[in-house]
Every structure is written in structure tokens, then in C-alpha cells.
Design a protein around this ligand. Sequence first.
Ligand code: DX5
Ligand code: ZN
Length: 226
Amino acid sequence: MSVLVAPSILSADFAALGDAIDAAQRGGADLIHVDVMDGHFVPNITMGPPVVKSIKRVAKVPLDVHLMITDPDKYIDAFADAGATMMSVHVEVLPHLHRTVHAIKALGVRAGVVLNPATPPVMLEDIAADVDYVLVMSVNPGFGGQTFIPRSESKVREVRELLDRAGNRAPVAIDGGIDQQNVAKVVSAGARIIVAGSAIFHTPDPERATRELKAAALAAAMSVPL
Ligand code: DX5
Ligand code: ZN
């Protein structure tokens, strides 16, 4: 699989989300990453199903919905109805992760699981065969514009190996502090879905920033075929 770029609209102007999505898509965005926060699991509040539904009307690419909420089981139906193509949930909040992953899949949605920076890859051991993707957080979730945590690079490698051992070629995604400077190293480590917010939307030209980030990611993937 090639590399997919997923601009995170958390760093876009919420009063002009349609324009932000258009620009990212013109730049070659493969997915739109939507950060859902509840002010409980993370110290920030963002958007819910009605906003996702509106985004769905204007987006031409699939929506990747990242649920940073304490009780995802309550809301997965609503986000599926709103138009999520992919949905990821945090292992830190789910005692019955296997049930949740299969509930997401039963809705026809690709199921991802997310690891916070302090959560070790071993937490995936018993779910590795079931997931459609794994998202490695390279910052503590809650805000855009934070600095990439260096340990995340080796973590991507370890998660890739763990999935391979489970016979699962599902992609590893990375989210947090990704930019033109560090994208090559995370792709070389095995990341195949690149989430980026401020490196795209906190620039004067998000279309161009998307295009350049994708070019850098694809170049890195070419040089280290997995
Ligand atoms: C962080 C979110 C990220 C965030 C990334 O809690 O999950 O998706 O938008 O933003 P940057 O790329 O600015 O770190
Ligand atoms: Zn995210």
C-alpha cells in the first residue's frame, strides 16, 4: 500500500471548513481526519455527529473520524450515520475493545484503534488480527500544534511488526506534530497514513502544504518498500 495523507481539520478555520476541505483535496488529500473531543478523555471539546454530517456533504474523500471520547460505544452508531468511513477508538478507554471493534465493523465502517504516547504496543497483542488500522499518537491528544514525541518513530516500527506477526497488513497511522521535516522518518518506520493538522492549515497555502507533505511521504515510501 502506498501512503495516504489525512489532513486534520482541527487546525482549520471552523467557520470555513468547506474551503479548508476543498483546499486539502486539491492538494491531494486522501482522507479528511476529523478529531472528536469530549472535554473528558481529553481537555478540549470539538465537534459531534451533526458537524461530521455537514462535512460529509462537501468532502469527496472518505472521512477518518478519531474519537477522543470517554465512552465511544455510545456514539459509534451516530458517527457511522453521519458518514464516517473509518473510525478509531482509544484502547485506554475500552475494557471491551474486541466488542467495540467488531461493533464498528458491523456498521460497515473501517475500525481503527489508537495508542496514546504512554500506552505500549503490547496492548494491541490480542486485537491485532481484528483491526483495520492502528493509529499511533505522536503527541498527547487534545490539541493541534504540539511537538512530535521522538519515541513514536520506534513505536510505529513495533506496531508494524506486531501487526505482521498477527498476519495483518492493516496500515499504521501516525498523528501529532507531523510536518515536512519528520514525515520521511515516520514513513520509513512503517507509517502509511499520515495525519497532519497545523503543518497544513497553519500555512498560507494549505493546498500546497498538502501536496508537498504527500510528495515527501511518497518519496520516503518509495525508498523503503514495505
Ligand atoms: C490531536 C489530534 C490531531 C491533531 C494533529 O489530539 O488527534 O489529529 O489535529 O494536529 P498537528 O498535526 O498540528 O499535531
Ligand atoms: Zn487525530
